[in-house]
Design a protein around this ligand. Structure first.
Ligand code: NAD
Ligand code: DAU
Length: 341
């Protein structure tokens, strides 16, 4: 591996992965290929903007010609695909771009990887397993049972990747991560939304009873695991990446408010998300056996993330005053009226 294309590398996890790789390895060139949708942000990559090992190409993964030209120009040998539409609530309002990027875009990258004999890694999610009843945890061989348009677009990507391994012997791996939190996450996702609202003493719209369970993991832990799978993962295999501990959203909010020294009465229970998956839970024995473990508990990850948002208003204030405002009104305007006492 020498020249790695990181698609979606200007987004939250992709950018953290790029920073991690450039810091850890001297001899890799990283080419970020990103469409710069509302979620893509070159501020996330400011730290490496002048690094000669880093290049940026603005492009869509659905654009086969542009993907081809980028592979040729940079003599790429590896693709790590983070590019996706990623917010479940937006997928409920308007699934179109989710299907385009998650299904067709993944196909375009796989075709290009096949043509040039590239190593291919797909970033996937625990949401492909669907809601998991209490007492159970997902293992990598479980049947995929996605329940939102977002999750279905990601599961489709996984199936395509697997098909290219079986049919064409393409050297692929997949990682399925739980909820990431940390620096540079667009403030539509629950932790940065609630942290920034709390800093401004604005209400926190908690869906339903707030007893849904998620595995909140620190983004750099996830990036270390992806790095490990890229180097040591068995080809054709998927690896779950999480904390192995679950947390109810109400607990997450309490840690966040305590860290930011804000009162609990900021929490407003609002109308639930349609088709809301109540619980995800990953069995992470397989990635642990490869030699990885998370460095942060979920509670540490939530607190550390809250502090980052308190200390980095330069990053999020301009986002929250732009496109975000219109989205916020569309997503939450009617929800405040259904607030439970
Ligand atoms: P994000 O929304 O912050 O960033 C997505 C990036 O992809 C943006 O930079 C965007 O501009 C780019 N992009 C979107 N469509 C594109 C296209 N057609 N062509 C090129 N670039 C495009 O997302 P994230 O939270 O960093 O997630 C990254 C990946 O990790 C996604 O594949 C997501 O499904 C997966 N994932 C996310 C989480 C999480 O908790 N955030 C957990 C598990 C897996
Ligand atoms: O599980 C991995 C997935 O985590 C990733 O694949 C997705 O890309 C990522 O967006 C995330 O999906 P979730 O739907 O779990 O994340 P979100 O931050 O939107 O919501 C987390 C939980 O918080 C979920 O139970 C819904 C709840 N929530 C969310 C928002 C935005 C609220 O209660 N209120 C809110 O305003």
């Amino acid at each position: 591996m020498k020249n790695i294309i990181v698609t979606g590398g200007a987004g939250f996890i992709g950018a953290n992965f790029v920073l991690h790789m450039l810091q850890k390895y001297d001899n890799y060139n990283i080419i970020v290929y990103d469409k710069l949708t509302y979620a893509g942000n070159l501020d996330n990559l400011l730290e490496v903007a002048d690094d000669p090992r880093y290049s940026f190409v603005q492009g869509d993964i659905c654009d086969a010609e542009m993907v081809e030209a980028t592979i040729q120009k940079y003599n790429a040998d590896t693709i790590v695909n983070f590019a996706a539409e990623t917010h479940v609530d937006r997928s409920i309002m308007n699934p179109d771009a989710f299907i385009q990027t998650g299904v067709y875009g993944t196909y375009v990258l796989l075709e290009a990887a096949k043509k040039h004999g590239l190593r291919y890694h797909q970033i996937s999610t625990d949401e492909v397993y669907g809601h998991i009843p209490e007492g159970q945890s997902s293992v990598e061989t479980d049947k995929l049972d996605p329940r939102s348009p977002y999750a279905a677009s990601k599961a489709s990507g996984d199936l395509l990747v697997n098909a290219y391994f079986i049919t064409y012997d393409l050297p692929v791996t997949i990682t399925r991560g739980s909820n990431n939190i940390g620096p540079f996450q667009y403030p539509e996702k629950v932790v940065p939304l609630f942290a920034t609202n709390a800093i401004d003493e604005e209400p926190l719209p908690l869906y339903g009873d707030g007893r849904q369970m998620r595995e909140y993991q620190y983004v750099l832990d996830h990036c270390e695991a992806i790095d490990l799978v890229l180097h040591k993962g068995k080809l054709g295999e998927a690896y779950n990446i999480g904390t192995g501990e679950e947390m109810e959203n109400v607990q997450m909010v309490e840690i966040l408010l305590e860290t930011l020294n804000r009162p609990k009465d900021l929490i407003k229970h609002v109308k639930d998300r349609e088709g809301h998956d109540r619980r995800y839970s990953l069995n992470i024995d397989k990635i642990k056996a490869l030699g990885w473990q998370p460095r942060h508990t979920s509670a540490e990850a939530v607190a550390k993330t809250a502090v980052w948002y308190r200390e980095n208003e330069w990053w999020w204030r301009k986002i929250k005053s732009g496109e975000f405002k219109e989205y916020y009104e569309r997503q939450y305007g009617h929800r405040w009226q259904t607030e439970k006492e």
